[in-house]
Unconditional design. Structure first.
Length: 121
């Protein structure tokens, strides 16, 4: 399968928060779950294909909340499934803190148009 036809999900984290590994893993989990639930409602065939092809995920980093908000606006306007995670504030960070952005599942090249220049975690 060519890269153009790959279905993937990208999770954008915030470099400036410096979350513990466990906290970061939990936030990524929230994003993946919410994106999958939304995809099940709006693009169920794409979600099914994503699951059958291995549910590829890439985790990248943005510099701060402003960059994640900008990405969220652009990606949601494009029609790609996405979800902005805001923390409940029970552990490391204040309530309402934007922690990660989940993007997809969608064609990899469609997502890369927005996130392709971000560094891998």
């Amino acid at each position: 399968m060519s890269r153009t036809n790959e279905i993937t999900m990208v999770i954008v984290t915030r470099k400036d928060l410096q979350l513990s590994k466990g906290k970061l893993a939990a936030q990524v989990g929230h994003a993946v779950m919410e994106c999958a639930l939304k995809a099940n409602r709006v693009i169920p065939k794409t979600l099914d294909r994503y699951r059958k092809e291995g549910a590829r995920k890439i985790v990248v980093t943005a510099k701060d909340a402003d960059e994640i908000k900008r990405l969220y606006g652009a990606i949601s306007s494009s029609g790609i499934v996405c979800h902005l995670v805001k923390d409940a504030g029970h552990t490391e960070i204040p309530p309402g803190t934007i922690t990660v952005l989940g993007v997809g599942p969608a064609l990899r090249d469609s997502i890369d148009a927005f996130t392709g220049d971000l560094q891998l975690v």
